[in-house]
Design a protein around this ligand. Structure first.
Ligand code: PRX
Length: 641
């Protein structure tokens, strides 16, 4: 048994149990009054008229918050802090090499944001225009995001690890006319050719008129005259004065592509006021943020965690946030802890995959550093197994730091289910309780509501301000994907167990989405990359248990007639997927098979494939609906690497 102290009593201003209960009750009984009160934490240009106007019913579908209100995100993240904390550090930049870094104050950040905003305007970008960002983790990446929000442009960040093909798809889908990138990225001592990738993406898609290039490594890159300009030179040429654009509460703020169970990744659309309120509040409450804190979320801004808890949540609260452009195992396995000590980090927010990878390297890498500054630890992105939780708590936190295991999704904008450090007794592996205003239910596959201690699918029965509003360019797909499985409810795609104490344990995706090192991938995406190879006839991809990544990618591949499976082809297919999507999608296992298990109607029986991938062939279960019963022997005899 773990010896874990119960939740400490709240510090002044923090949420204790009584506050939690009171807020849950208020949000349930009088949501308008509750959210009106919460919204006073933001600076509004014009007050809103209505708080909430929501229906999840297909025939009458709408999600609107704070209609009539006008607000600007960058003004909330910057301008309103200038009088009181203009000289406070807003961003501590920690580069790839340990000790390579910079500190940017709120005043300096404000200056940079206004200049980038003016550069964007000079290029003809304004309200509603889409801007694609393909950038490393440098302060000007945050400045570019805020610059978009300042003038009402909609940013779409594409993770720097995605391939030119994936980048081109995303640029095309949202119709960006301008891309901001850097010469190169730098990760774990390796250079990433960001500008060259943009050049190659732009050969595949039309419509981009301008590319702004940030200097990160000083590497030699080609510049296309008339299209490409260096960002620093352009910034020097414009004024540092750029008034924030008054945005309507429901104006689009950003698009972020994420994988679903079918088709290509979809552009999750978040809007202005509700998103900002949600990330500002959840950052303050879940991390119990104080003025003296140094907050470090290790996520990349290419993922939603980076949007919400590297940039918007912290800056809306006037916090000091760390932007890390490196990896946890470079230059050695002690990098995180050495950095925690050097920067005086008080709150660390990272993913279970990183915790598991570091745990394997032994305690010494951790304990040789002091970590005395840490007071709170967070986990996000995938279920945290109790062993990793215990190690995080005992070794990293010296048994004295509460852990917040935060469950949420790209779609939810911010954290929905999480412990609160001063209100929740720790429970290794449980995301514990929904935050105030989050109405969670567990339902069975038919949609019947399950009560008490049960396991089923997690749905949300009402809206919260940070909820996504649409799929870019395909509102029907939004409704279809999230609100039709259980009509009138938002379906998360996650399985969930509730225990006797009413605590929620997320068990993982129940759809065809896999979570590899906290990165979300659709099996359909990887399958379509594989079948695009000229020698592949058919492919089926499932998740497999992976000690460090949480889930690995297991691909079953059928070759075209006349082709033979060889080690060389295995490697070629792996490289092919890397090139099509990006390194995160590289299959961990490739299994050649003469055919796939299908029902008589031609549907692939993924249940069987999952069991094989798990190595649990004894539990394959009922195979009577297989069109070809001999397939199992063929499959089990297939070669896997
Ligand atoms: O399956 C859940 C898992 O990550 C999915 C969302 O992935 P994404 O949109 O990329 O956002 C990741 C960062 C919020 C969820 O559907 N997930 C996220 N956090 C947790 C989690 N699973 C278990 N526990 C968590 N704390």
């Amino acid at each position: 048994m773990l010896d874990i102290a119960p939740a400490p009593t709240a510090r002044p201003g923090g949420i204790d149990r009584a506050d939690y209960d009171r807020q849950c009750q208020a949000a349930l009984v009088s949501p308008d009054a509750y959210w009106r009160e919460q919204a006073t934490a933001l600076d509004w240009i014009r007050p809103f008229d209505t708080v909430k106007d929501v229906s999840f019913a297909a025939e009458d579908f709408r999600i609107r918050w704070f209609d009539g209100g006008q607000i600007n995100v960058s003004a909330n993240c910057l301008d309103r802090h200038l009088a009181t904390r203009g000289d406070q550090v807003a961003i501590i930049w920690e580069g790839d090499a340990s000790g390579e870094g910079a500190r940017i104050t709120y005043r300096e950040l404000h200056d940079r944001v206004c200049r980038i905003a003016n550069v964007l305007k000079a290029k003809g970008i304004g309200r509603g225009d889409r801007v694609t960002l393909y950038l490393p983790m440098v302060p000007d990446a945050a400045a570019a995001m805020l610059a978009c929000t300042r003038i009402g442009a909609i940013h779409s960040i594409v993770f720097g690890g995605f391939s030119p093909e994936a980048l081109a798809d995303r640029i095309r889908d949202c119709g960006s006319r301008l891309v901001i990138t850097a010469d190169e990225g730098c990760r774990g001592g390796r250079r990433i050719p960001l500008k060259a990738n943009v050049d190659s993406a732009l050969e595949r898609c039309e419509g981009v008129e301008h590319v702004l290039v940030l200097r990160r490594t000083g590497g030699d890159v080609g510049m296309t005259p008339g299209r490409d300009v260096w960002l620093d030179a352009a910034m020097a040429d414009v004024s540092a004065d750029c008034p924030p654009e008054p945005m309507e509460a429901e104006d689009p703020l950003f698009i972020l592509y994420t994988s679903g169970s079918t088709g290509k990744p979809k552009g999750v659309l978040h809007t202005t006021a509700g998103y900002l309120l949600w990330v500002a509040k959840t950052f303050r409450d879940v991390f119990d943020h104080r003025d003296s804190d140094v907050f470090w979320c290790t996520a990349d801004i290419g993922w939603v965690t980076g949007h919400s808890y590297v940039v918007y949540g912290p800056l809306a609260n006037g916090a000091t946030t760390v932007m890390f452009d490196g990896v946890p195992n470079y230059p050695d396995h002690g990098r995180l802890w050495e950095t925690v000590d050097r920067l005086g980090v008080t709150i660390l927010y990272t993913a279970p995959t990183a915790i598991r990878a570091l745990m394997r390297e032994g305690d010494d890498w951790v304990t040789r550093h002091s970590r005395a500054s840490l007071r709170l630890l967070g986990s996000v992105g995938e279920p945290i197994n109790p062993e990793a939780w215990a190690w995080y708590h005992r070794v990293v936190g010296d048994g004295r730091c509460p852990i917040v295991d935060t469950w949420w999704q790209t779609e939810t904008g911010g954290i929905l289910i999480s412990p609160l450090p001063h209100a929740t007794d720790p429970k290794p592996g449980a995301a514990t309780k929904p935050l105030p205003g989050v109405q969670a239910q567990i339902v069975d596959s038919e949609g019947a509501v399950l009560s008490g201690a049960v396991e089923g699918n997690l749905v949300l029965t009402d809206s919260w301000p940070g909820q996504m509003r649409s799929v870019w360019g395909d509102h029907d797909r939004f409704i279809q994907t999230y609100f039709t499985t259980y009509p009138g409810k938002y379906f998360t795609g996650d399985g969930c167990r509730r225990d006797d104490d009413g605590d929620y344990w997320i068990t993982g995706r129940v759809d065809d989405v896999i979570n590899v090192s906290g990165h979300r991938l659709g099996t359909a995406e990887i399958e379509s990359a594989l079948v695009a190879h000229p020698r592949v006839a058919e492919a089926a991809v499932v998740g497999m248990p992976h000690e460090v990544k949480g889930q690995g990618i297991y691909a079953f591949v059928t070759l075209r007639v006349g082709e033979t499976s060889t080690d060389a082809l295995q490697n070629e297919l792996r490289q092919w997927v890397r090139k099509q999507i990006g390194p995160v999608a590289t299959p961990d296992a490739l299994h050649f098979t003469p055919s796939l298990p299908k029902t008589r109607s031609g549907k692939i029986m993924r249940r069987i494939l999952r069991k094989i991938a798990e190595g649990d062939t004894a539990a394959i279960g009922d195979t009577s609906t297989l069109a070809d019963p001999t397939i199992l022997d063929k499959l089990l005899g297939g070669c896997k690497n």
